[in-house]
Design a protein around this ligand. Structure first.
Ligand code: ADP
Ligand code: MG
Ligand code: ZN
Length: 495
């Protein structure tokens, strides 16, 4: 069975994948959801615990207001309807990292419902697709079982309860996705939206964002869904996509050979590119959910909702559209520049001052991001700020420096760890030559070699100059100053 290759077209013509995702995001509160223990990541094991999060008899939970506000903000960003009254419930199960024997979650009355995320359609199709969000609810995290990294780990499992009681928002999608690619897009959009609200850092390595992927297949044309399996806790979006591809193929193979799918939870092994059965999936009734007797119903009234909504930032999709309009950049440019909110903010601040925002966008992508990646640096660690990129863009725009000079100056910035303006000054404000003799020679040759184009230009087709500029830029391997080329050519062609 192929691990992550595309699924055979023939079988996909016969079977349709159906995917729904459950995503947990850790809310960035300083303290836990029902006690005042710290949520800090990486502290020594079992140091951030108290009777409440350990579930000792008689300890009473007190709801963290900030966790509610963060969850409501996320729900609003996902266009959910907020339920004014929601109920906490106990989800009962035994697990070594769950000392209470139950998790406080929300069940039939969640905090928010009926949201959506828009994704792009597959290549070749136009328009966008809405993926429904069934619900967003608040719950507490469980502890962590450790299988390595301590003495005796060959024979023992250690348990760290620092994470127990950390606030999570669980975001459950409708089974609206029809391909692993759509699932990947949904996750990318979801993470982007959550990051923009600032309620979670969505750091998958630290477990601040976790995804369970539910997948089934059905005969095309069939109305009912097939039996699903659930791939648990996959730790990157790329792996979610691969795990789904693997599962789709596995389901189809079983069905094609006359077998039945068992509803179960599975684990993805990224090294092997395969999933393995874990346990048969509990049904909701196995958890014996019941209302949490120690917590009052959660009431988020209209007034509180309005106060939270006032803190909602401009969201990625709206911002993308506005940035395209305002700066004349493409959807692709906007997408890259919006990878983080910090980058988008810095780009906008720089682009507003720049002669050509489009050139700033191009330079970020063609000159800055590649250099950062090559050195393993984040944008925050970049020697060249986006304001520096804008300053350099202006110099190219006005013809003061060439593209080649810019590249060399950028290299110096990275060598010295200095921003562009400082290096530009230190190098004595270099300027590209305005000596036109070589250009004039090239222009004369071109004009002699292309009488037809010259005639068209002179007959009024002024856009033909683009052809000549292009030829000279090509002949000079992009080194020529486009503005100068334009000047020289115009003079010759008009003359
Ligand atoms: P469970 O009780 O197993 O957790 P839920 O009904 O709560 O199942 O759904 C969990 C997730 O699985 C949701 O994201 C939902 O969209 C998705 N889902 C439900 N049924 C299917 C199906 N037949 N195929 C794929 N995904 C499904
Ligand atoms: Mg579920
Ligand atoms: Zn505690």
């Amino acid at each position: 069975m192929a691990t992550s290759s595309a699924i055979s077209e023939g079988l996909l013509a016969k079977y349709e994948p159906v995917i729904g995702l459950e995503v947990h995001v850790q809310l960035l509160t300083a303290s836990k959801i029902f006690c005042s223990c710290s949520t800090r990541f990486g502290d020594p094991p079992n140091t951030n615990v108290c009777p409440v999060c350990l579930g000792l008899p008689g300890a009473l939970p007190v709801l963290n207001r900030k966790a509610v506000e963060f969850a409501v903000l996320a729900a609003m960003a996902l266009e959910c309807r907020i339920n004014e009254v929601s109920i906490f419930a106990r989800k009962n199960y035994f697990y070594p990292d769950l000392p209470k024997g139950y998790q406080i979650s929300q069940y039939d009355k969640p905090l928010a419902e009926f949201g959506l995320i828009e994704i792009d359609l597959n290549e070749g199709e136009s328009g966008r697709k809405k993926i429904g969000i069934t619900r967003l609810h608040l719950e507490e995290d469980a502890g962590k079982s450790l299988h390595e990294g301590f003495a005796d780990s060959a024979h023992k499992t250690a348990i760290d309860l620092n994470r127990t009681g950390v606030p999570l928002a669980e975001i459950v999608s409708e089974p609206d996705m029809r391909s692993p690619e759509e699932a990947y897009q949904y996750l990318t959009r979801l993470k982007e939206i959550i990051l923009y609200t600032g309620v979670s850092d969505c750091n998958m390595e630290e477990g601040s964002l976790r995804c369970d992927a539910n997948i089934s297949v059905r005969r095309r044309g069939q109305k009912e869904f097939g039996v699903k399996t659930e791939v648990k806790n996959v730790n990157s979006f790329r792996f979610v996509k691969q795990a789904l591809e693997y599962e789709i193929e596995r389901h189809i193979e079983i069905l094609e050979s006359g077998g039945k799918i068992t509803q179960e939870s599975r684990l993805y092994n990224a090294h092997e590119g395969k999933t393995y059965g874990m346990r048969s999936k509990e049904q909701a009734h196995d958890y014996r959910y019941f209302p949490e007797p120690d917590l009052l119903p959660l009431v988020v009234d209209k007034k509180w909702q309005a106060a939270i909504r006032a803190g909602l930032p401009e969201l990625p999709e709206a911002r993308r559209q506005r940035m395209m309009r305002e700066y004349g950049i493409t959807a692709g440019d906007a997408h890259t520049l919006m990878l983080t909110r910090a980058m988008a903010d810095q780009f906008e601040a720089a682009a507003r001052e720049a002669k050509s925002p489009k050139r700033v966008a191009n330079l970020v992508q063609s000159e800055l991001l590649g250099r950062l990646k090559a050195q393993g640096l984040e944008l925050e660690q970049s020697p060249i700020s986006l304001a520096g990129v804008a300053a350099s863009a202006d110099l190219v725009e006005s013809g003061a420096i060439s593209g080649k000079m810019l590249k060399d100056l950028y290299d110096l910035c990275f060598e010295r760890g200095q921003d562009f303006p400082a290096v530009y000054e230190a190098e004595g404000r270099p300027e590209q030559s305005r000596d036109t003799s070589a250009l004039e020679k090239l222009a004369d040759e071109l004009i002699a070699a292309n009488p037809k184009q010259v005639e068209q230009y002179r007959a009024g087709k002024k856009t033909m100059i683009g052809f000549f500029v292009g030829q000279i830029m090509k002949a000079s391997k992009g080194q020529a100053n486009p503005q100068l080329v334009n000047e020289v050519l115009t003079k010759k062609l008009e003359g």
